[in-house]
Write a protein that binds this ligand. Structure first.
Ligand SMILES: [Zn+2]
Length: 163
């Protein structure tokens, strides 16, 4: 238990709380987009293909014989009939479709973010590689460290680097 609490503390302190908060807020907004895409565009398209049948209408009512028996033969259930359970497999299919669309959209989003961040990293690395690390001493013409204020070869004070 102590170990668990320790691990949880690590998790909370390591995870950037602000980043997480931003992620949750963006995630909520993203969910609204996906729901709209599924509910307002994809479902109507599928309904058109199915000939006007909505996912919610795709269900099976399980008319279990014992429920029928109780409802017809027991006084109490005659007054308060048990409702037949409904298997809403249409909604289940819709949830699966929503999941795949969300996963696909996230995949595309993350892929493009990764691509952009890789480009930025590469640019930074290129700039660092291109930045000079040495200079030539104006007095003895030796190659010395760019940040040197005194030449290690001729001990001359180096002119201040131009910004
Ligand atoms: Zn020098």
């Amino acid at each position: 238990m102590k170990k668990l609490i320790g691990e949880f503390k690590d998790f909370v302190s390591k995870g950037n709380v602000l980043d997480m908060a931003v992620g949750i807020i963006i995630g909520g907004a993203f969910t609204a987009i996906v729901n709209s895409l599924v509910g307002d565009i994809i479902n109507p398209l599928i309904n058109t293909i199915l000939g006007g049948i909505s996912f919610a209408a795709l269900n099976i009512t399980v008319k279990a014989p014992w429920i029928k028996f109780l409802n017809e033969n027991v006084d109490f259930f005659r007054r308060n009939p048990i409702e037949y359970p409904v298997l809403g497999f249409g909604n289940f299919i819709a949830a699966i479709i929503t999941f795949f669309i969300t996963a696909l959209a996230l995949f595309i989003l993350i892929k493009s973010i990764n691509k952009a961040s890789n480009l930025a990293k590469k640019k930074k690395a290129d700039e660092e590689a291109a930045a000079p690390t040495t200079k030539i001493c104006p007095y003895c013409k030796s190659e010395i460290n760019i940040e040197a204020t005194k030449c290690p070869h001729c001990t001359s004070d180096q002119p201040k680097a131009e910004a």
